[in-house]
Write a protein that binds this ligand. Sequence first.
Ligand SMILES: [Zn+2]
Length: 278
Amino acid sequence: MKRRQRRDGQKEPYPFGFWLSCPIASLFLLDVPFRYACVGKPRTQTGPSQERVWGLLLRWVLDISCLIEKFRGETMNKKITRGKLTVITGTMFSGKTDELIRRIKRLREYGGRKVIVFKPSIDTRSQRGFIESADGNKMAAHEIETDKPEKMLRILGRTRHFNVAAMDEVQFFSAASNLHLVVSEICAAGYDVIAAGLDLDFRGEPFGSTPLLMALADGIDRRDAAHCGRCKKPARLPQRLIRGKPAAYHAPLIRVGGKETYEVRCYKCHELPGKPSL
Ligand SMILES: [Zn+2]
């Protein structure tokens, strides 16, 4: 039976009908030699009668069905072990997406894990249906609307054969979107989760769902190997620039852009006109 290739390179799982048809197909295949062996034998003759053979076959089919159910049950029980959440965070151009792609490749190639990748559909900087790092590394991904993170649960429930969920640009999911609750559910279902996202917005304040995921994380990979665009010292604040000028504090929180719109600044060089005093 040929399984369809999914967009992210994984194959579709066998449908339940396939597993159901296995014992039935075996029954018909085995029927031919058994009928052949039993034809013309009188009831009084020692040896199995046709009814006896059919009875044995049916019991065999039921045994196989029970085994399949047991196997499926054990597979599901294995998933009850809570998965681990790892958050890759840091400022812009610090290599978060590169690290995410590197981890996914290693898990797929050396870990034998099946990884599904998600990205917010609002992220138009990278190609549609792909996550893409600032260095141009790409990987296919399912797009999720930022107000419907629960769609990930539906996709995972439908496909079922993955064991790791990776997601990029998680800061675009606002705190109110409840992404952290969805991720918690995904971990509770036994999937490991790797989430990558900016920790601070252009105002230097905690950004979207990233801080909430960091609070829930089993491990955090901070990547602050960025340098100030002005003084070249170590830096971690995204500076939004509109035609070369710093954006005002009350500008919209989300503005998707690359090196033409953002640079990294240190606390000393970061500019934020209109910032209200406490
Ligand atoms: Zn600086």
